[in-house]
Write a protein that binds this ligand. Structure first.
Ligand SMILES: [Zn+2]
Length: 115
């Protein structure tokens, strides 16, 4: 396993396998099992694949360092770049994501944390 994956997995554990932005659970190995467990379609589950997110984007000089890498779902990671929001501070992007999710405009998945 390479350094980025090691850091990503460590951060995922620390975040209780929840995306840093949308706070939804993520999977690493089996989207099928994840979909069944959370009653999602496979298409929905694919959005929640664990990815390594660079808090400061690489294109802005962000490094492959423990401080700069966190765990985010594929959808949030991808959309940050597609929407041109990589300039937003991570906390501000997180606020944006959670508001979009609340309004039903994000990946449409809201799995609450177990009590
Ligand atoms: Zn997410």
């Amino acid at each position: 396993m390479c350094l980025i994956q090691t850091i990503r997995n460590h951060k995922a554990v620390r975040q209780h396998w929840r995306c840093i932005y949308c706070d939804q659970p993520m999977w690493l190995k089996s989207p099928e099992a994840f979909a069944v467990r959370h009653k999602l379609t496979l298409e929905q589950a694919l959005n929640l694949q664990l990815t390594a997110e660079h808090l400061r984007p690489r294109c802005e000089g962000g490094r492959h360092s423990y401080r700069n890498i966190t765990a985010a779902c594929l959808h949030c990671n991808r959309m940050r770049h597609q929407l041109g929001k990589q300039d937003l501070r991570p906390a501000d992007y997180g606020s944006y994501v959670r508001e979009e999710l609340r309004l039903g405009r994000w990946h449409g998945i809201r799995i609450h944390r177990p009590d």
